[in-house]
Design a binder for this molecule. Structure first.
Ligand code: ADP
Ligand code: MG
Length: 496
């Protein structure tokens, strides 16, 4: 039998407010236990929650970014359960009326575009943390995280493979950082996913029974956990056992999922509207104010890059992987165009922007991306500025240096040599390209005289001999000769 995999994701994005969702305590990560928990967070009797408008604004921004409906009013509800890290005995969340309803996330999966529908996104508070490691035979409770604002983003069960789930989670991760609602730091738990997984016979409509894998805080774990879970469920079903709805945990050390609890249903939580919080109204003016302040979104920017700069779809996709990358690209292009306009116009390469943009895209998606990758740093920590890169690229466009020499210049700029100034580096390392045709001709003549055999080979029809001669001229010029001119001059001299 063939099985179809069905996945829905619940993602908790920690909203990037300075203070908590219902109190003034700080949300900063890493403070000593219980130093950032005030009376509201530790549930002293008589305290009252006060809603943080910054959290509301971020939720609205997210809703607008995914094309969702912003509900007004939305309602805060109490989700009742007992746990040592939840001193109130309930978590404030939203239940029947979340602030964000509907919307979609569209992402690239391999060569195809896929759209996942969102069910909702609601505001809620995080719980505290139980610390098991530092206490022999006891458990410590740290309430610093209690009351941290979260946006829980719930998808429809629209994904059909671990690969799609990861692509969805990555797109969501890009988006929340792009619109500045979440720092996306997965190690610190600012962005974590619960994956609901079921399987059903291929071609059948009813959903299979799902198991929910809790708290996956890396894309790799998300992938591994789903793959393991799918194999496990298919195995169970093929052995004739039914799947029980359950919550499971993924163990990264073994790569397996393990039962945590058989699943409770919503009615177990005895949800009811929180009498301490008014229904949350979002006025039309407020909605408009948030809309007006929205940045251009990745999808729109991608389309614009293709149209405005005539970039290939794939280049545009890579350049819009983060807002930092997109900004770095546009800034570098702008400065390079300004510096190279005259030279390019004289060369008749029109339009100027698209020629330059392609060059900039090639460097950012090529040498720079591999360099960042090798050093495991993000673009925001790159040691060169768009202005410095633009200067180096202008020298390629001026034909002062060729691509090979440019790589050497980039290397030096990266290590901060000569203030990262391309011109100083070119001068100091003697990298200037030789574009004087008389000088190149002299070298060509020497190489031809010294390689009579290869000249004969070429004349006898061996095209390979030509490349070898180009190589020798380049070598004789210590890599400095303008490769296009070397080609042209050699062709001319070897012509019958
Ligand atoms: P709960 O809040 O109790 O976890 P929901 O019914 O709201 O449950 O669903 C949570 C997530 O599980 C959603 O992302 C939804 O798309 C997904 N989901 C629901 N049923 C299935 C199923 N049979 N298989 C896979 N995912 C499912
Ligand atoms: Mg759930």
């Amino acid at each position: 039998m063939k099985w179809e995999v069905v996945i829905g994701l619940e993602t908790h994005a920690q909203l990037s407010t300075v203070s908590k969702i219902f109190s003034g305590a700080a949300t900063a990560f890493g403070a000593a236990p219980n130093t950032q928990a005030c009376g509201v967070d530790i549930a002293l009797p008589g305290v009252l929650p006060v809603l943080n408008t910054g959290a509301v604004e971020r939720a609205i921004r997210f809703g607008l970014a995914v094309g969702a409906k912003i509900n007004s009013p939305s309602i805060f509800a109490r989700k009742n359960y007992f746990y040592p890290d939840l001193p109130k005995g309930y978590q404030i969340s939203q239940y029947e009326r979340p602030i964000v309803e509907g919307g979609t996330i569209t992402m690239q999966v391999g060569d195809t575009e896929k759209t996942v529908r969102l069910t909702r996104a609601h505001l809620e508070e995080d719980a505290g943390k139980s610390l098991h490691e530092d206490f022999q035979g006891r458990t410590g409770i740290d309430l610093n995280r209690a009351g941290t604002p979260l946006l829980e983003i719930v998808s429809e069960p629209d994904m059909r493979s671990a690969e799609e789930a990861v692509a969805y989670a990555k797109m969501l991760h890009t988006l929340v950082r792009w619109i500045d609602v979440c720092d996306g730091n997965m190690q610190e738990g600012s962005f974590r996913c619960d994956a609901n997984v079921s399987v059903r016979p291929a071609g059948s409509t009813p959903l299979g029974t799902r198991r929910e894998i809790k708290n996956l805080n890396s894309f790799r774990f998300l992938q591994q956990a789903i793959e393991y879970e799918v194999r496990w469920q298919i195995n169970e079903l093929e052995d004739g056992r039914a799947i029980q709805q359950a919550t499971v945990l993924f163990n990264p050390d073994t790569g397996e999922t393990r039962l945590m609890r058989t699943k409770e249903d919503a009615h177990d939580y005895r949800y009811f509207p929180d009498p301490d919080l008014l229904p949350l109204e979002v006025t039309a003016e407020r909605l408009e104010a948030v809309r007006a302040a929205m940045p251009e979104l990745p999808q729109a920017m991608r389309t614009r890059f293709v149209q405005e700069y005539r970039l290939a779809e794939y280049d545009a996709l890579l350049l819009t992987a983060s807002k930092e990358t997109a900004t770095f690209f546009e800034e570098t292009t702008r400065v390079t165009v300004a510096a190279s306009k005259v030279a390019l116009a004289m060369d008749g390469q029109e339009p100027v922007e698209s020629g330059v943009a392609k060059l900039v895209a090639n460097w950012i998606n090529g040498d720079i991306a591999s360099r960042l990758n090798a050093e495991a740093i993000e673009l925001r920590n790159i040691p060169i500025t768009p202005g410095q890169l633009a200067k180096m690229l202008s020298r390629i466009l001026d034909q002062k240096i060729n691509n090979k020499q440019a790589k050497v210049v980039l290397e030096a700029m990266w290590s901060g040599e000569h203030d990262g100034d391309a011109d100083k580096i070119i001068a100091a390392l003697g990298l200037e390209q030789i574009s004087d045709s008389g000088e190149i001709e002299k070298i060509v003549d020497q190489v031809l005289a010294a390689n009579a055999q290869q000249v004969a080979d070429f004349r006898a029809g061996k095209e390979k001999a030509f490349n070898s001669l180009v190589g020798q001229v380049m070598k004789a010029s210590r890599g400095k000769a303008n490769p296009q001119q070397v080609n042209d001059i050699l062709r001319r001299k070897l012509a019958p």
